[in-house]
Ligand binder design. Sequence first.
Ligand SMILES: *Cc1c(COP(=O)(O)O)cnc(C)c1O
Length: 471
Amino acid sequence: MEKKELYRQIPKMDALLADPVMQQLITKYDRESFVSVAREQLESIRAGIMGGMSAEQFRHAIDGLDVSIEVGLKQRYEMDLRPVINATGTILHTNLGRAPLSPAQMKQICQVAGGYSNLEYDLDTGARGERYSHFEQLLCQITGAEAAMAVNNNAASVLLILSTLAKGGEAIVSRGELIEIGGKFRIPDVMEQSGATLVEVGTTNKTHFDDYLSAITEETKVILKVHTSNYQILGFTESVGIRQLSELGREKKIPVIEDLGSGALVDLAKYGISAEPVVQNSVRDGADVVCFSGDKLLGGPQAGIIVGKKAYIDRMKKNPLTRAVRIDKFTAAALEVVLKEYLSQERAVANIPVLRMITESRADLQMRAELLEKILCDAKKTKEPSLLSDAEITICDCQSMIGGGSLPMERLDSAAVRIWPKSGSATELEERLRHLPVPVVTRIAEDAILMDVRTMTEDDIRIFETQLGDL
Ligand SMILES: *Cc1c(COP(=O)(O)O)cnc(C)c1O
C-alpha cells in the first residue's frame, strides 16, 4: 500500500476522543495526559510509516492503540520514587535513602504530617511557637545539653554553626580531620562558604595539644573537632580529645564545636560494635556545640541536629541562614516520633530499624535466611522462573556494613542466601531482580548473587516471594 494511503488512515485526534474505549481511559486518567500520550503514539506510527512499516504492521499498531495509550498513561501516573528491597546488607545505604523508619513510626508521623498542626503555634497562649519546641526538650533530656535545634541535614549544621560563631574570624581544625564526606562535602569548602578562615594545625597523623594552643590568636573564633567518620588513620597517630579541647576553650573563652557525623545516642560498644563516639559523652566532656545527622546511627529522618550551650544555640536560631536550612513539618514530626523511642535505650534498640539491624543476633538472621532459602528452593523445583532452575541455592556467612560513612572498618557477621546460576549469569539475575515491581538490590560475589538478610525484613521476604513469577 502507498505510504500516503497509510498516513491517511491514521485516526484523527477528534475521532480518538470520541471513541467509547478511549473515553473510558480519559475518565480513568485525565484528558490532558490522554491527548499528550495519544499524540506521542500517533507520532510514532507516523515515524513507522516513514521507516517503511508494512500494511500489516500498521493495522497491528492501530488495533493496539488503546493498549499502548493505556500503558503510556499508566507510566505517567506511576510513582518513579518507589520502595525497594535492600538485600545488600549495608544498613545506612545513602543511595537507598539511609535510615528506614518502622511502620509504627510512619503511622504516627502520618497522623500529623499531612494536615494542619501546631508546628509553629503555641496552643497554650494562642501565639506563635517554635518548630523545634516539639523535640528540643527531648533532645536535652537524652543528650544532657542545655538547648537544641535541627536543620535540613548535618552539612547544613556545620555551615550554620560556623557562619554563626566563626564568620569573619579563624576556626582551628586538625589537619587529620579535614575530611570529605560523600557528595562533595569538604570541611575546608564549608568553612569558606561560612566566611570563616580555616587554620590547620598538626599533621595528617598527629596533632598535639600544643598545636592548638599555639594557633590561638586574637582572631580565633572557634575550635572545631570533626569525627573522621568515613576513614581511619592507623599506626602512629595522636589527636586531642574533646575534654582537653573543651578545657582549652574554656580557659581562652573560645567555643569548642564537635561535628560527630553519625552521632550515636546509644553506646554501641555494649553490642560489640567498636567505639563510635556517643553524643552524651561529648556534651558531658564539655563541648559547647555538638552536631550530628538525623539519618545515620540515630535512625531517624534526614536532619542535622545541633545541641549545646543555650547562648550559642540561641544565636543560631536567630541567624537568617537558619530560615534557608530549616526543617519542614514532615521532618519535625519524624524527629519527635523517633526521639521519643530514646526515652528508654532498650526501646530504642528494639523499635528503631537501624539499631535493630545493627544489634540483631546471628541466630535471628539465620532464621530469616532459612525462610528465604526455602522460598527460593521451592520456586526452583517448579522450574519457574527459568533463571533459577539450575541455580545452586545455599545459605552462607557474609559480612554486612553499617554504611553512610559510619564505622568504615566495622563488619557485622551476617547470613546471606547465595544464588549461583550455574548456566546463566549472575549479572543477568542481578539485573532482573532490580527490575521487579518492587526492585530487589543485591550484590554479586564470585559470580553469585548474595542476598544479605540483615537489611531484609520478613515482610520484604514475603513480598519477594509474591514476585518470583516475574523473575
Ligand atoms: C555524614 C557527615 C556529615 C554530613 O551529614 P549529612 O547529614 O549527610 O549532611 C558531616 N560531618 C560528618 C563528620 C559526617 O560524618
